[in-house]
Design a protein around this ligand. Structure first.
Ligand code: GLA
Length: 388
């Protein structure tokens, strides 16, 4: 669907005669290139905003109702700004915008009634941050269409993380919201999740392409396992704090981990975190020197660490990555996002993309019985208003 079709759909859904203008927006998904399960440990991540994402259209009304509709999911919800806004399981996807509305009101924003339509092409639960894209989109739409200029995008990301943590009860880090709010065309973001200092690095791949491979395995246990990993990292930090002055796990050296952490599982979790954080910095250095092969090798090492030490991959992600790496023209591959299903990424010689997809799909289906999807997305700007 293009923007004009989207605007037409808005008129069909909400009627076309209203004198108020319709404002349109686009919010990207994100792919993390390297630096997984690092944001909540205070280290470096290296994500980018994707051309797959969510369109949003908004038109103000004369009353105090906010209507929320999506072309991707039910239900349709009307939020009355004069009533308390509560999380309700039966409201499904609409809890995200409800959380945004509630927290904007709590923070003192004046909101007006409006009709909102959303439509996305980001696969749900695939590790490409559809929830961050939705939260950042709705916040940005309500504020910008409401007349706010120069929205501070770092604050926007922090606000959306707060909504996800507090209203949705998801204990995520800052990486996803930051990428969606701060993305920049053809560049990836090196983000220090402790200080929120960041730097843009051109993501120029020369004769290679970034391929996103969806295992189509839904991330069922993702949330509980995610919290379990966070808990394990917190345990390690507590142990280390008994010996060294540190505030986050990424400040700890491997030598200190090996000296003080006796439990094998905790040791492996911490080893992933420390080694992954180092890999991010090295990867960015190599990319800046245009050593794409070196960068890709670190991607593969990242996957192995997530598989063996952090244990967040599973049959589907391992199988798709193994099948990708069997193809000589694939120079590196890894899972992306939280893991336990969802997407992986690969760097592949552009002229061999079709052969690559066919061979990976065959091998993967044979092993798992699932048919994968492949996306050729480009790297785009963060959330923005668009002509419609
Ligand atoms: C999810 C979370 C992020 C991050 C990644 C793992 O996407 O939302 O904050 O922790 O997992 O890197």
């Amino acid at each position: 669907m293009d923007v004009l079709q989207f605007k037409e759909l808005f008129s069909q859904e909400y009627g076309g005669n209203n004198k108020e203008p319709v404002h349109c927006f686009f919010s990207p998904g994100r792919v993390n290139l390297i630096g997984e399960h690092i944001d909540y440990n205070g280290g470096y991540v290296f994500p980018a905003a994707l051309s797959l994402g969510i369109y949003g259209a908004i038109r103000f009304r004369s009353d105090q109702l906010i209507t929320l509709k999506s072309t991707n999911a039910l239900p349709v919800i009307a939020v009355d700004l004069k009533q308390p806004i509560l999380y309700k399981a039966e409201d499904g996807w609409a809890n995200y915008p409800k959380g945004v509305i509630k927290h904007l009101l709590v923070d003192g924003h004046l909101l007006k009634g409006c009709d909102i339509l959303l439509s996305g092409n980001l696969p749900d639960g695939a590790g490409l941050s559809s929830s961050a894209a939705l939260l950042v989109l709705v916040t940005f739409m309500l504020r910008q269409a409401g007349g706010e200029k120069d929205i501070d995008r770092v604050q926007l990301a922090k606000f959306c993380q707060k909504v996800e943590n507090q209203f949705m009860g998801v204990n995520c880090g800052i990486m996803d919201q930051f990428s969606v709010a701060m993305g920049r065309r053809e560049t990836a973001i090196l983000l220090n999740c402790d200080t929120l200092h960041y730097k843009y690095t051109p993501f120029a791949l020369e004769e290679y392409s970034l391929v996103i491979m969806n295992t189509n395995k839904k991330r069922e246990l993702a949330e509980s396992k995610y919290n379990e990993r966070r808990g394990e990292c917190e345990q390690v930090l507590e142990i280390i704090k008994g010996h060294c002055q540190v505030t986050s796990l990424c400040q700890v050296s491997l030598a200190d981990i090996e000296a003080y952490v006796k439990d094998d599982i905790l040791l492996r979790r911490a080893r992933h975190v420390i080694s992954e954080n180092n890999r991010v910095l090295l990867a960015v250095e190599l990319l800046e020197k245009r050593d794409i092969i070196g960068f890709a090798k670190l991607m593969t090492q990242s996957h192995m660490s997530l598989k063996n030490d952090y244990e967040v991959t599973g049959l589907e992600l391992d199988s798709i990555v193994e099948n990708a790496l069997k193809i000589p023209q694939c120079i590196g591959a890894r899972m992306t996002g939280a893991g336990f299903g969802g997407c992986a990424i690969a760097l592949v010689v552009t002229s061999k993309l079709e052969q690559f997809k066919t061979a990976v799909a065959q091998g993967y289906q044979k092993r798992t019985g699932l048919i994968p999807d492949f996306y050729a997305a480009s790297i785009v700007d963060g959330v923005q208003s668009i002509e419609c």
